[in-house]
Design a protein around this ligand. Sequence first.
Ligand code: 5AD
Length: 352
Amino acid sequence: MSDLHNLLEKAYRTNDLTKKEITYLLENHSDEDREELYTYALKIKQKYYGNKVYLRGLIEFSNICRQDCLYCGIRVSNTKVQRYRLTPEEILACCGQGYKLGYRTFVLQSGEDLWYTEEMLVELLQAIRKTYPEAAITLSIGERRTETYQSLFAAGADRFLMRHETASRELYEKLHPTMRFEDRRACLNALKDIGYQVGAGFMVGLPGQTNADLAADLCYLKEFQPDMIGIGPFIPHSETPLDAEKGGTLEDTLVMVALARLLIPDSLIPATTALGTLNPQGRELALKAGANVVMPIITPMSVRKQYALYENKIGGDDPPEDCRYGLESRIQAAGFIVDLSRGDSRQFIAGK
Ligand code: 5AD
């Protein structure tokens, strides 16, 4: 038996690995070890969540952003994007469409667009809450003041997605010229303290990212104990300074998804759109490596192509109904069952 086998078995049994062990594993695994890792991750997912896959309707309501992240297609410096904003009425109508399709979680995502003031967002959240009392509302709108996070929570937001992007301070600072490493972590801590179910996460294959950096990402997650974990490959965008870089691979991303499942076993982990963009089977493979959430896009068709954090994003031409039913059959074909309930994290339910 290889030492890798022992390490994987330990991860499966204890849900714990040191940073050194993770780095070792990332440096030395064979194709066979990888398959074993996916099998363990799938088993752990089934133990905690069965074969269920939760669906979330994703509404990308503005591609206007004040930040300038080097990797992102909607960074403020990219003058080539046609910018858009949905009005609160349009966002509410979009929730209505999603509701009809069966979604009971709405994810409201945007660039960091301060045009949507705290007051506007509060009013919007109250309206969604009132119209769809049993639905969960997830925000993914970036960094705001703690008081704003508090008001939005009080107005009805349940969850908040904010990837930490990378746990390496050096890399974070290089990639985010307009942001601070400490602020990101402070926001994540504040969101958790307020009572949101919080999603953190990172990209795989960023320029200059080492295996030790990726191990640090998992250690950070282990320590932070997020409810949700978003992991996707970095995909270079032609209108950014990173256009000539290589980007993350399917295998490297799947390995990180599987390790996240082993180390934070009760988390909700999406099979990300970026992974589906990289490989037509990417999301199914992620579901078989420990992921248990899919986030179909329900953004209005008229603006959908403009929300391009990276290029060739899947789903650009599929109306919401096609997304919904197409995905359901793919999820079933992969051996899983679609669950349309709110799908709160087990950690959250246990703490209630
Ligand atoms: N490739 C892959 N993922 C990206 N994101 C932003 N730009 C890219 C890119 N070029 C991710 C970031 C962000 C999330 C919404 O999308 O991790 O948090």
